[in-house]
Design a protein around this ligand. Structure first.
Ligand SMILES: [Zn+2]
Length: 142
């Protein structure tokens, strides 16, 4: 077994790392490319707040090294889960291209209470299933 445990990033570490990652990306989410903001007492919990994203997800043995970390908005980070980062980004870009109405809603706090949100959740649910199947196929062939 090459299973290894990836520890949570310590809170103090996140405190300086998030602003650094956000600055390196010109305050753009890695996926949706919309503006992200470093957490402050006012924006706490909002969809546009910058979070640490593991390029290779922890669940797929990605580590906490700087080269495996990027800044993503909370919305994208939550939706992505363990979906392959390239696949996820392509899906977001494609979605935005087809549905400009969704771009406007993406960082809206009330987005999750709309009908459109349900479509988005279903879309990414299907993508997650496909990605899991693909991942298992790669694992079993190596
Ligand atoms: Zn985003």
């Amino acid at each position: 077994m090459n299973q290894r445990f990836v520890a949570e990033l310590p809170l103090g570490h996140k405190f300086y790392l998030i602003p650094e990652l956000a600055r390196d990306q010109d305050h753009q989410c890695l996926y949706c490319q919309l503006r992200i903001e470093v957490r402050n007492p006012v924006n706490f919990g909002k969809p546009h707040v910058a979070t640490i994203d593991h390029l290779l997800p922890k669940s797929r043995h990605g580590g906490n090294e700087r080269s495996n970390l990027a800044a993503a908005c909370m919305r994208c980070n939550n939706l992505r889960g363990s979906i392959d980062r390239f696949l996820f980004k392509a899906a977001v870009i494609q979605l935005f291209r087809k549905r400009p109405d969704i771009v406007v809603l993406w960082h809206d706090e009330d987005f999750t209470r709309t009908e459109v949100w349900r479509e988005v959740v279903q879309l990414f649910h299907r993508l997650r299933i496909r990605d899991n199947q693909r991942y298992r196929a790669i694992q079993s062939s190596s």
